[in-house]
Design a protein around this ligand. Structure first.
Ligand SMILES: Nc1nc2c(ncn2[C@@H]2O[C@H](COP(=O)(O)OP(=O)(O)O)[C@@H](O)[C@H]2O)c(=O)[nH]1
Ligand SMILES: [Mg+2]
Ligand SMILES: [Zn+2]
Length: 301
């Protein structure tokens, strides 16, 4: 049978088959090879016939198209990159680095400007104008729920997580997405049933719970990754020249610069700098690009 790992705790995994949740363990060979199973993995599993409690055995990971490490999750289609303009103030380099991290990991970003009640409509439209030509973008008011339906549409049927600085409203948005979802109560009940008496309280308090991740299926087929939120994504060491490929608005211009290895910083006849001067590329995006390039250069020293 095939299912999605929706939770892992103390060496046990919970597998959702589209209907119900069963609890189980990884087969011996997976454990011996120290192959980690990630929440989000699509796995091949069987119900253990000899097990009265209907535990399952996970034979292998069938699909892991991408993964993130902090917290460890796989197979995200979308990361909703959330930021507010005030309380806390926006830090564009941090946001653009998160977006670049999505590009790097092969995850589609959806941009969400939060706390629209605090910033004023002009500031919100300005922020949206930076991102909406590049990515699906939405503004949300966590106090009234305004914008949540639009966000639901943008993530419908996908495997979705939330990322963004602390305090921007990720938990609030997650709760709004959960509101009135019968699927969540059912899965929670099945999880609880599967776990009762099987996980010792000692294991339950172990280190596996410190970065708690759980996936909740919503009624429209969306799989919502309930995490404390990704505040940053790991970036590997890379050639500074590759940073330009993580900015989609630069990519189509790369071939139009005089030099094919143009970094778009000090070179003459640079199509990106021309686009910047014409207002076709946002200044904050360009500044973020420069600061990321500097950061990547430092790592390589
Ligand atoms: N005014 C206002 N406050 C919000 C909004 N969304 C969240 N908050 C508040 O901002 C604080 C941080 O929100 P939280 O969801 O915990 O942020 P997280 O750290 O990103 O998960 C809480 O006190 C929320 O009540 C919003 O849209 N407007
Ligand atoms: Mg939170
Ligand atoms: Zn250039």
């Amino acid at each position: 049978m095939t299912g999605t790992v929706v939770k892992g705790i103390g060496g046990f995994y919970f597998v959702y088959d589209g209907n119900t949740v069963v609890m189980g363990k990884a087969r011996g060979n997976l454990k011996r090879n120290k192959e980690l199973i990630y929440v989000g993995d699509i796995v091949d599993f069987d119900i253990d016939e000899n097990d009265r409690d209907g535990e399952c055995v996970i034979h292998r990971v069938i699909e892991r198209k991408n993964y993130l490490t902090r917290p460890p999750v796989s197979n995200l289609d979308i990361l909703v990159v959330v930021f507010s303009l005030v309380q806390p103030a926006v830090n564009y380099p941090v946001i653009d680095k998160l977006i670049a991290g999505c590009e790097f990991a092969g995850i589609d970003p959806v941009i969400c400007v939060s706390k629209s009640d605090l910033a004023g409509p002009e500031a919100v439209s300005h922020a949206l104008s930076i991102y909406s030509p590049l990515f699906p973008s939405v503004s949300v008011n966590g106090m009234t729920g305004e914008g949540i339906d639009h966000l639901r549409e943008l993530i419908s049927g996908k495997k979705v997580g939330l990322a963004g600085p602390s305090g921007v409203g990720k938990s609030t948005i997650t709760n709004l997405l959960h509101a009135g979802e019968p699927g969540i109560a059912e899965v929670e009940e099945a999880l609880l049933k599967a776990a009762t008496g099987r996980i010792s309280s000692k294991t339950g308090r172990g280190r596996h719970t410190t970065r708690h991740v759980e996936i909740f299926p919503l009624s429209d087929g969306t799989m919502l990754y309930d995490t404390p939120g990704f505040t940053s994504l790991d970036m590997p060491e890379m050639d500074p020249l590759n940073v330009r490929n993580l900015f989609p608005e630069f990519r189509r211009l790369n071939s139009e610069c005089r030099y094919s290895d143009c970094m778009h910083i000090n070179e003459p006849e640079c199509a990106v700098k021309e686009a910047l001067q014409q207002g076709l590329i946002s200044e904050t995006r360009y500044e973020s690009y420069k600061s990321m390039t500097e950061e990547v250069k430092k790592w390589r020293k």
